[in-house]
Design a protein around this ligand. Structure first.
Ligand SMILES: Cc1cc2nc3c(=O)[nH]c(=O)nc-3n(C[C@H](O)[C@H](O)[C@H](O)COP(=O)(O)O)c2cc1C
Length: 293
């Protein structure tokens, strides 16, 4: 299916884009108006765009229904300050409750049952229950359109972070396994980050990976090795050579049983290499594969 965005109704555009561009982190924005009324609302059109200077952007859109603007936007235009609170799994239902369209002046800290905690540099309060809070100054609001669905980029400089000790490791860095982020996808779908679904992809080193085009055809066309396995094999910086000191009992057995049948031997070697790759043992997998090449 091919879609031209100009042919879609605004709510259809929103639907396709929000399902495709996902998961999105959630900015739980605490703002205040000139009269001192506090507002707290979630925004998943949100991300980090620069670390030096430290800049994050979230986007309260014009409502598709009636083209009105959100209180959070009105507030930052009056008082250009915001606390961005990171939402974790323990807070997700209350956060969703805070997204109800309460009338202006209604404090969602009260409605959703969060505890306001004074910020140290700006006027809007922080959400005590959030494990990471960022005190931000609004640098600019960039209006993207005047129709329903148009975004307003609230460009924020992060001045100070407050990080709960419980999510830090022994080096005072955030332990990714301890911060159970939730993120928004399309419709009512959310996802949760925890130890059972986190995984590591090794960064390519500063040296260049050899690339998939450098892999021998028998490996590239393997029916056993997956696309991810090929990505791992191609991410080494120089083509490996046979290491005579490499010892592997299973490899010895494969050679012993299958050397009369090269096709079967290749299958066995690829299966063994795949198991090693799935355990992140890339150089060992290469040694196994070099046996067949
Ligand atoms: C998880 C979540 C993410 C949301 N993301 C956005 C968003 O990025 N932009 C937006 O305009 N509304 C978003 N909404 C809806 C707003 O939170 C909702 O319109 C809210 O009532 C705005 O409040 P305000 O008028 O008090 O600022 C989101 C709602 C939820 C629950």
């Amino acid at each position: 299916m091919i879609l031209d965005l100009k042919d879609l109704k605004p709510h259809e555009r929103q639907n396709y884009l929000q399902h495709a561009i996902a998961p999105r982190p959630i900015c739980f924005a605490s703002t205040i108006d000139k009269a001192g009324n506090i507002n707290l609302s979630p925004f998943s059109f949100f991300n980090l765009f620069s670390t030096n200077p430290p800049v994050v952007i979230f986007s309260p859109g014009r409502r598709i229904r009636d083209n009105t603007t959100k209180h959070s936007l009105q507030n930052v235009l009056e008082v250009p300050e915001v606390v961005i609170n990171i939402v974790d799994y323990d807070m997700v239902q209350q956060t969703s409750l805070a997204s109800c369209e309460y009338p202006k002046g209604v404090n969602e800290f009260v409605k959703a049952g969060f505890t306001p905690e004074p910020a140290t540099m700006i006027k809007p309060p922080m959400v005590k229950e959030s494990k990471v809070k960022m005190e931000c100054r609004v640098l600019e609001v960039k209006v993207l359109g005047s129709e329903g669905g148009a975004g307003n980029l609230v460009i924020c400089e992060v001045l100070r972070m407050h990080i709960d000790e419980s999510i830090l490791d022994e080096n005072k860095k955030i332990d990714q396994r301890k911060l159970h982020h939730v993120a928004r996808l399309g419709g009512d779908w959310y996802c949760r980050v925890d130890e059972t679904n986190l995984f590591i992809v090794q960064k390519p080193s500063t040296r260049l990976g050899i690339g998939l085009d450098a892999l021998p055809e028998s490996i590239r066309n393997s029916k056993i090795l997956t696309a991810n396995n090929l990505g791992q094999l191609a991410n080494i910086h120089e083509y490996p050579i046979v290491d005579p000191s490499f010892e592997d009992d299973h490899l010895k057995q494969i050679i012993q049983y299958y050397n009369v049948n090269p096709d079967e031997m290749e299958k066995e070697l690829h299966s063994h290499a795949k198991r090693l790759l799935d355990e992140g043992r890339i150089m060992e997998a290469w040694q196994v594969l070099l046996t067949g090449n």
